[in-house]
Design a protein around this ligand. Structure first.
Ligand SMILES: Cc1ncc(COP(=O)(O)O)c(CN[C@@H](CN)CCC(=O)O)c1O
Length: 425
């Protein structure tokens, strides 16, 4: 029996489902999850010593590939000074200055330890700033697991077919309105009827938790206009798209300025760090300045900040995103060609270093369209590729991620495996 299998059996004795985050359990694709022991560049190795080309990259953070030398050195240096102080540090100022420089809509920023904390805090801030309770989110978007947001959410909830979590009191859920992503008419109607009640709209401008689904420019522009018109705040959840699709995130690509933005994943370089920030007049309502409380023992942790800062510096290298996009384009074009040569109905999309794979003729524009794709093909596709040493996200409702270390050889190895897989499906 494999060590993965033994470890999974052992893990389930003391950890619910054997995992510390549900999507890792392979529930929607079946089989035994891989217990990864080490990683380097575009690869990681499981407990049985099998090497995989990694296309989840820790669900986004590992844009430089695993164990980037400069990020490692930065963390090692920080480590010699201590793990955590619970006091302000100069490095946190440098991190805040870098984020404000790279994302101009962020005039002030607060560091936290996870994307969930970032979005939860941004919502509380929006409610405190506006004095309103209602929030708007979109079906298929996932913003972490704060109660107000676990309603018709994406990512793991979709993988389990439970888009709304148990345990969320109706008293809280009643303040969340869920609309269809990219549905302009529904959005206009909703604002026309309850616009003055809305504290904030939170949206993934490029969604990555129902597979990759782009917000249309018209949708995001209408969101901006309606929020401004009705005094609601526009929150861009760029935990995944931030620094992933472009140096300035999706807001730079679309030229749309949100009132608040949430960041995570890449800004921690693989360590626990996330952030929320935006207009100075809004951030002034945060404790200790204002009445909206938010806090965190390890917020701005020196090791996480060292990893994040070193990562952000590397992303500013000339042509970084051109190179990253070229790698992702080579992958998605090659997968599409391999699928079509095998007579499969298949399409892809990519933005910067994130991509979507769909067993459908065309790219989806909503959760409903993703759900109507041929999800039955995904499971055998996933397992054939896994057996061939290619690790895609274990769910048809997740985006994939390419790092700068996924060079032509790595991509072409992936495509060779894909040709055999599509022929076998
Ligand atoms: C747009 C967006 N916003 C917020 C979050 C929550 O971030 P975390 O609390 O997991 O750090 C996420 C987390 N993404 C998932 C991947 N689909 C994390 C993986 C997991 O849940 O294990 C996100 O994608």
């Amino acid at each position: 029996m494999s060590r993965n299998h033994d470890l999974f059996a052992r893990a389930q004795k003391t950890i619910p489902g054997g995992v510390n985050s549900p999507v890792r359990a392979f529930c929607s694709v079946g089989g035994t999850p891989c217990f990864i022991e080490r990683a380097l560049g575009p690869h990681f190795w499981d407990a049985d010593g099998k090497r995989y080309i990694d296309y989840i990259g820790s669900w986004g953070p590992m844009i430089l590939g695993h164990l980037d030398a400069q990020v490692l050195a930065a963390v090692q240096t920080a480590l010699t000074r201590g793990f955590s102080f619970g006091t302000p540090t100069e490095a946190e100022i440098e991190m805040a200055e870098e984020i404000c420089k790279l994302v101009p809509s962020i005039e002030q920023v607060r560091l936290v330890s996870s994307g969930t904390e970032a979005t939860m805090s941004a919502l509380r801030l929006a409610r405190g700033f506006t004095g309103r309770h209602r929030i708007i989110k979109f079906s298929g978007c996932y913003h972490g697991h704060a109660d107000s947001l676990l309603i018709k959410a994406g990512s793991g909830l979709l993988s389990f077919g439970q888009p709304t979590s148990a345990g969320v009191p109706e008293a809280i859920a009643q303040h969340t309105t869920v609309l269809e992503y990219n549905n302009l008419a529904q959005l206009s109607e909703t604002f026309a009827s309850i616009g003055e009640e809305i504290a904030a709209v939170i949206v993934e401008p490029i969604a990555g938790n129902m597979n990759l689904v782009r917000g249309t420019p018209e949708f995001l522009r209408l969101l901006r206009e309606l929020c401004t018109q009705h005094g609601a705040l526009l929150i861009f959840d760029e935990v995944m798209s931030g620094f992933r699709v472009a140096l300035g995130g999706a807001q730079a690509l679309y030229g749309i300025t949100p009132d608040l933005s949430c960041l995570g994943k890449i800004i921690g370089g693989g360590m626990p760090a996330a952030a929320f920030g935006g207009r100075r007049d809004i951030m002034a309502h945060l404790a200790p300045l204002g009445a909206v409380y938010q806090a965190g023992t390890l917020a701005g942790n020196p090791l996480a900040v060292a990893a994040g800062l070193a990562t952000l510096k590397r992303l500013q290298a000339p042509n970084f995103y051109d190179q990253l996009e070229a790698r992702t384009a080579r992958l998605t074009a090659g997968l599409t060609q391999a699928a079509h040569e095998a007579g499969m109905t298949f399409s892809t999309d990519h933005v910067g270093g994130m991509f979507g794979l769909y067993f459908a003729a065309h790219r989806p524009t909503s959760l409903a369209e993703v759900s109507h794709s041929n999800l039955d093909n995904f499971k055998p596709f996933f397992h054939h590729m896994l057996a061939a040493g290619v690790y895609f996200a274990p769910s048809a409702y997740e985006a994939g991620f390419v790092s700068i270390t996924h060079d032509d050889t790595v991509i072409d190895t992936t495509l060779a495996a894909a040709r055999m897989t599509f022929a076998a499906l």
